[in-house]
Design a protein around this ligand. Structure first.
Ligand SMILES: [Zn+2]
Length: 575
């Protein structure tokens, strides 16, 4: 019986606790941060779901946890260990918490907000059954046991602004002055690149440290022409789910089960993890958010997400936390483009019309700037930033009246689509501007280093912490791949060269040192380089395909819950 493991855990923690009292308090006080102890997740119940039972009916949801299946020694009580229960309610609700039948708490809660209650283990006995009941539908998260951390570690906050160009944050157009000011507290990369030109594969790279060609999330197989232009209702396929985009049906694969996620690795190190996002693609059954204790698609846009993030952060301020906070507002700028501009082909736009498009985009940047400033200001005022590593970035850029398009991303690998802002600030990070070229796959190994979590060798070699802390860096070679629309395209950056495997098999070569915008194809004048990069790219592709063939074909099953969740997001029932 697994309950035995809690004895082992208790023995370990008793020793740790004594050390923690001495070392932990010294560390906290020495850093001058919040003196209340950091709570770390000691145990999740996910593997022991037999102890939890959940029932949901139309207007009610209840869960019960029997403590009989667990045992603990009196020493656990001495550590102020708590059992934490969380849920997400579908709307405003009343929650009633009972301990063996007796009501210990009854509260009104706001819809959608995660609610956490902690019950001191000292107040519980083996015979207890804890039950939670709401008067509406709710999603119950995995209960966790939290104990005072023996080795305080920094919290982690990744803020990802979907579709944010590098030139809007620290670049030529300062559309987000407040966020820029926060980033100036730490290390800012001036040449950071996304590993994919659209959300799903790029965010999966941000959250795994692995390139799309290996993690697979968002990898397409073209199944040929479709009778419809669009059909965004995902249907199960042989190795993924199928969608119709621009008159063709594609099968999309999910995150390879063999690739561990940042949330899983941090979760094992005692972090309590949450992903609050606003992009429907992350809800597809592809596991990009695998490992998060809370993966929550908040309704509305940043206006709705910001209070929810602040609520979660306020409740978890003393917990060793990692949050991925995603904003969609900038992504939605094209809805403001007037119809008369839509009718004009990109090359024919006047300077005034181009400026108008830019200002529509900048408006959404300014809105998001305020949200980010609000989150960081509140954390700062609460003293929580002193022990938090903050990363600010985007999953990809955007075309604004360029590359033959009025707007958009996902159909090409041009510089303004791949270049993104990237900054780190927090304890131990001094203000600096770093010109070393990096890609977003470096975020995971860097954060694992700050969190003192051992990483696999292939991750460690991409760690940016030494560069962030002032050591000289060297430009990284990398691939950006996987498009959403049209012909497959990819870019390979190698030294001063950008090689593009473009539409219809066309190849391009750019000298990004001499031509940073990568607009002048110099392939004809540098045939040897083009051939060398062509071979390197093909070799890399063959290796990816061989790896893919070796993986087990697991397919994706759409559960009724997934179908319902997609329907509620507007993905089902016609497009
Ligand atoms: Zn995106």
């Amino acid at each position: 019986m697994e309950a035995i493991s809690i004895f082992r855990y208790a023995d370990r923690v008793v020793t740790r606790f004594l050390v923690a009292v001495v070392v932990g308090s010294v560390l906290f006080l020495a850093r001058g941060v919040d003196a209340s102890p950091q709570l770390a997740v000691a145990r999740r119940f996910a593997d022991h779901c037999t102890v939890c039972s959940t029932a949901t009916s139309k207007n009610r949801s209840a869960t019960a946890v029997s403590l009989r299946a667990f045992s603990w020694r009196p020493q656990v009580k001495a550590q102020n260990a708590v059992l934490r229960f969380s849920f997400v309610a579908g709307g405003d609700a009343t929650i009633t918490i009972r301990q063996s039948g007796n009501v210990i708490s009854a509260k009104e809660i706001d819809g959608g907000v995660t609610f956490e209650t902690e019950v001191s283990i000292a107040k519980l006995s083996r015979a207890d059954v804890l039950s939670f009941e709401t008067n509406r539908d709710a999603r119950w998260l995995d209960p966790v046991i939290l104990v005072p951390a023996t080795d305080p570690r920094p919290n982690i906050l990744i803020i990802c602004v979907d579709t944010l160009r590098a030139d809007r944050l620290g670049g030529s157009n300062n559309a987000m002055p407040k966020t820029r000011k926060w980033m100036q507290r730490g290390a800012r990369f001036t040449r950071a690149y996304a590993n994919a030109p659209w959300t799903l594969p790029s965010i999966t790279t941000i959250l795994t440290g692995v390139v799309p060609g290996i993690h697979n999330a968002g990898r397409r197989t073209d199944l040929g022409p479709a009778p419809k232009q669009y059909d965004l209702r995902p249907t199960p396929g042989k190795a993924g789910y199928r969608l119709t985009l621009i008159g063709r049906t594609y099968e999309f694969r999910r995150l390879s089960p063999a690739v561990p996620t940042l949330a899983e690795m941090l979760g094992e190190a005692g972090y309590y993890t949450a992903a609050l996002h606003q992009n429907g693609y992350l809800d597809f059954p592809i596991d990009s958010l695998r490992g998060f204790d809370l993966a929550y698609h908040y309704p509305g846009m940043g206006e709705s997400g910001t209070p929810r993030a602040l609520d979660w952060l306020a409740k978890n301020r003393n917990t060793r936390f990692a949050m991925f906070l995603h904003y969609i507002d900038v992504h939605q700028w094209p809805v403001e483009i007037p119809q008369e501009l839509r009718a004009i082909p990109e090359p024919k736009l006047t300077a005034e019309q181009r400026a108008k498009l830019g200002s529509l985009y900048d408006k959404q940047c300014a809105i998001t700037d305020d949200y980010i400033d609000r989150v960081l200001s509140e954390l700062d005022q609460a003293g929580a930033l002193a022990n938090t590593i903050v990363v600010i970035t985007s999953d990809h850029g955007e075309a604004i009246a360029e590359y033959g398009r009025l707007d958009g991303h996902g159909a090409g690998v041009q510089e303004n689509i791949l270049r993104v802002p990237l900054g780190f600030f927090g304890p131990g990070i001094k203000p600096s501007t770093i010109d070393t070229r990096v890609s977003l796959r470096s975020i995971v190994p860097t954060l694992l280093d700050y969190a003192r979590v051992p990483a696999r060798a292939e991750l460690t070699q991409r760690n940016m912490r030494p560069v962030i802390e002032g050591r000289p860096g060297r430009d990284r070679d990398f691939v950006s791949e996987f498009v959403l629309y049209g012909d497959d395209q990819a870019a390979m950056y190698s030294g001063r060269w950008k090689y593009v495997d473009g539409e219809e098999g066309k190849e391009f070569l750019y000298d990004v040192h001499a031509d940073p915008a990568a607009l002048n194809d110099v392939g004809a004048a540098n045939r040897e380089v083009l051939d060398r990069l062509h071979r390197a790219f093909r070799k890399q592709q063959i290796q990816e395909l061989e790896r893919l063939k070796a993986q087990r074909d697991e397919g994706i099953t759409l559960t009724p819950e997934t179908v319902e969740s997609l329907r509620s997001l507007g993905y089902l029932g016609g497009s």
